[in-house]
Write a protein of this length. Sequence first.
Length: 83
Amino acid sequence: MALAVTAVIAAGISSIVMILYARKDNSWKLLIVYSSVVTKISISLIFLKAAFDIRFFVELIIIFLLLNGGGTIIAAYFLGADR
């Protein structure tokens, strides 16, 4: 239980730092921040699932990871097309 709470707090703090870092105008850095935040949310959900053993978290984690991968690929394609 303490491990899950610690992981959630660490992911929250690092996500706040990454969001503050995302204030730059560089679109590629914003894409990296987006991908990192969603990955940290997914890892936090894994720890929450381990701590509370809630059944639907597995489906939620899979959806987050699939949307993160697909969204990153699509955004990278359109950012590369601007050149």
